[in-house]
Ligand binder design. Structure first.
Ligand code: FNR
Length: 186
């Protein structure tokens, strides 16, 4: 496989400092090969969606988020599960990004993962996120599925990922997303 440079963008669906999902994204960042630049978006300043606000011009935080997605070769989501779906902050950020012109998820290679203290590690939320990607015409990889259950036991008190099985899965996800991204680029 080519090792020409790629840019991946991580998007966490949690804003809290101790977020397991943001910690999982940082673990991905640490595992990414040298030719993959991996930055993590800050969605904390994105306001609640209002189409009147959009009509008057995108807020700066939204503009920056849309530009980051557009510039990325691929996007990796790490989403918590809130009430069996994605958190409102993530849905809200995706809603802002989804509006015209030049909807930045169109044709974008995507990977979806999630962490929760529960047994099934955000499976229900991930399938809702996958459904959103259908509408936005993004192209998520199917495998490996990364559902980090009992997540608190897999990180140490510095929120570093210590679980080898999960680290291996994240490496597989990076390799799969890279191969998919290169295939779609043609
Ligand atoms: C939760 N949590 C949760 N967990 C789960 O597995 N399924 C669920 O439906 C829910 N629902 C839910 C709703 C709300 C409003 C909150 C605040 C939490 C627990 C959730 O998985 C846990 O707080 C995670 O640690 C959140 O992810 P971060 O912030 O650690 O990334």
């Amino acid at each position: 496989m080519s090792s020409s440079p790629l840019r991946f963008l991580g998007i966490s669906g949690s804003l809290r400092k101790g977020s397991l999902n943001s910690a999982a994204l940082r673990a991905v960042q640490g595992l990414a090969p040298a030719h993959v630049t991996f930055e993590i978006a800050d969605i904390s300043q994105i306001p609640i969606y209002n189409d009147d606000v959009r009509a008057a011009g995108y807020p700066a935080a939204v503009d920056a988020f849309r530009a980051q997605i557009a510039a990325a070769d691929a996007v990796i989501f790490a989403t918590p599960e809130y009430n069996y779906s994605v958190p409102g902050v993530l849905k809200n950020a995706i809603d802002w990004a989804s509006r015209p012109p030049s909807q930045p998820f169109d044709g974008k290679p995507v990977a979806i993962m999630g962490a929760s203290p529960g047994a099934i590690g955000t499976a229900r939320a991930q399938y809702d996120l996958r459904k959103m990607m259908v509408f936005l015409n993004a192209f998520p990889i199917n495998k490996p599925e990364i559902m980090i259950g009992a997540a608190a036991t897999r990180f140490n008190d510095k929120l570093e990922l210590t679980d080898e099985t999960t680290r291996d899965l994240l490496k597989q996800m990076l390799a799969s997303l890279e191969a998919w991204t290169r295939k779609l680029k043609g």
